[in-house]
Write a protein that binds this ligand. Sequence first.
Ligand code: SF4
Ligand code: SF4
Length: 337
Amino acid sequence: MGDVMKPRMEFLIDLVGSCNLRCPSCPQGNWLGEQNPVGFMAPELLRKIMTKAVSEYQVSCVNLYNWTEPFLHRDLAGMMRIVNSFGARPSLSSNLNLIPNIEAVMAENPLHLVISASGFTQVTYGYTHRKGDINKVKENMEVVAKIRDSMNINTNIYVNYHVYMHNVEDAVLMKEYASSLGFGFNPAWAYMQPLEKVLGYLTGDSQFGEITAEDRELIKNFALPIEKAIAASQKLSNPSCRLRFAQMVLDHTGSAKLCCGVFDPKHANIGNYLDMAAPDLQASRDAHPLCVTCMDHGIHMYSVYAAPELQTLGLSHVIRQRIAALEDIFNLSLQLG
Ligand code: SF4
Ligand code: SF4
């Protein structure tokens, strides 16, 4: 099949089954239901996956992460080399608390290195990147910057900053710090993951995902209020989901997933990627019952920040909350309308 005839597909491939952190907005830190397997992907499995991938699709990108920390793989550089050998530059997203063999990893010239963060001071960062050490992250950012400067690489390195109510002021400091190292900065409204938790919250049905007291506290701390964001997403009433046809998500065992947002094995697992022809795999995803419920609630649009008013909603919520706090401190009402 010529490349022009093949569908385009983004790949997200977890090389390991775990993360070193336990963020409360991520299933690695909040999921009480059935767990996914832990372990490491073998190089031979990745080679077979890539061989099949390029035979069936125009592979537009290969992200070596979804729910896990890629630096936990004992030969991350070797796995990146395999992806590079297929002419598809790999991308990484990391909490950057650990960077073993970083020279070898950067020598593979990843397309993107995304540093996920949610604070500049430990008290702020440690709440939403639980078990993480922001001082270690900053040290590692400097190491990465030095290696980048010493090598002929053009990796796009940027901080993906999860914006909550408690960390807005720290965002200014992190942006300055990232910029001093020549890194980009992308603010992203924090939201609850996995998708089943959002369904559990909206429907009150714990068969999707149990909502704990900790989840409710975290949701109150979102800078983008979940109810307003969902209402805006529902207005789009789009009967199609890009995540279902433009993304292929695999775990470290080679199991294909419904999409990047679903975690519970009872919903997420579609089948072994190597054993399924592309049309069969797509047909299984297209017929998945969870998608009907997800789309009914507009979560497929919320997951990709599709509603154009989300920026305004988030910013105005932060500003209103800050003004209310100041009014309280000074015991006056500004009556700004
Ligand atoms: S660092 Fe990323 S993968 Fe790890 S627990 Fe936090 S959000 Fe999840
Ligand atoms: S409709 Fe929802 S569950 Fe289905 S693929 Fe899209 S985001 Fe995932």
